[in-house]
Design a protein around this ligand. Structure first.
Ligand SMILES: [Zn+2]
Length: 331
């Protein structure tokens, strides 16, 4: 049912104010900054601020194939606000795309958020995202507002968007950690690391030094530890480094319905963009120089081939190193 503390008229006013603003917003807004923004804009409750920020979020989207911008703004249980946008990758199959709601949840995961209370999104969540959001604790009660519904729009529970869901309760014990809840998968890397190189590396590997390689390995291993992969029990993490030596990592996030799962490569792209990376915008390449993947050995789910294909198109000169661990160690 609609939230009673939401006022569509004042929301529309704030939305118009935000739409006129040319200022960019950050992908993560701290609770204190959100409170200051609410005071400045005369917004009474946080859900209204989410709605007001959607137009600014839309401007951050990177959909060069569809040119259909999607922006989502969510309130975490910590009081932080997270922005999500859709991302598309020309030259790759469409399933590499990242939806705004997936971006938002992954952005929250990267920043240690443990829950999402409500989301304002520019267009109705697609079936894929309605399913993906089932991985969050209390998904049925999560409140969602679709701004394209206009002045009469209201926050409605996710259960009204997907009334009879298939999700974690169908497959997992009720106490099993869900997406955004703390995970600590046991990752003990094997000594006999397998090394592969993306096309174009030619064995030179861009002069990647051991220190950067070690930082990439550590970041990817940390992401694998935090990975939500309760269905396949194949947690994985991926990390990329840009030419300045900055490292961005993402965790594999599984869906009970399998196909809506978000791979670790996509999750790392979210971390990169959320940290201010410009890649994916018109005229801007990604410029990654190296990458690392951490995943179990010899199991049913592997991201290595996907990572290689992705890098061959997005950053063909990037050097990829794959680290494996015993699958029995995976939680
Ligand atoms: Zn979607």
């Amino acid at each position: 049912m609609p939230r009673s503390n939401f006022s569509p008229s004042s929301c529309l006013e704030m939305k118009e104010k935000a739409a006129r603003s040319t200022a960019e917003i950050a992908f993560v807004i701290e609770a204190e900054a959100a409170a200051a923004m609410m005071k400045e804009w005369g917004v009474a409750v946080a859900p209204e601020l989410l709605v007001a920020l959607v137009p600014a979020a839309l401007r951050l989207a990177r959909p060069p194939i569809s040119n259909f911008h999607v922006g989502a703004v969510g309130l975490g249980t910590s009081g932080r606000i997270y922005v999500g946008v859709n991302m598309e990758f020309p030259g790759l199959p469409l399933h590499h795309s990242i939806h705004a709601e997936q971006f938002l949840v992954t952005n929250a995961a990267v920043h240690g958020e443990t829950g999402i209370r409500c989301i304002a999104v520019s267009s109705a969540p697609c079936g894929h995202c309605r399913q993906f959001l089932q991985e969050l604790r209390g998904a049925a009660e999560m409140q969602i507002l679709v701004t394209s519904d206009g002045p009469g729009s209201a926050f409605l529970p996710l259960s009204s968007f997907l009334p009879r869901p298939f999700g974690p309760p169908d497959l997992l014990h009720k106490d099993h950690p869900l997406l955004l809840e703390p995970h600590d998968n046991k990752i003990a890397l094997l000594d006999d690391e397998e090394e592969t190189e993306a096309a174009g590396c030619g064995g030179i590997c861009n002069g990647i030094g051991g220190a950067l390689q070690e930082r990439l390995r550590a970041a990817a291993a940390g992401a694998a530890r935090a990975s939500h992969a309760p269905y396949s029990k194949c947690p994985a993490g991926f990390a990329v480094a840009d030419s300045e030596g900055r490292v961005y990592a993402g965790s594999y996030e599984e869906s009970a319905a399998y196909n809506p799962s978000l791979g670790p490569v996509q999750a790392a792209m979210v971390a990169y963009v959320a940290a201010g990376g410009g890649g994916g915008r018109a005229g801007e390449g990604y410029g990654f120089v190296a990458a690392a993947l951490v995943e179990p050995e010899g199991v049913a789910v592997s991201h290595e081939a996907t990572a290689r294909v992705f890098l061959s198109v997005v950053a063909p000169r990037a050097h990829l190193k794959v680290y494996r661990f015993h699958s029995s160690a995976a939680a």
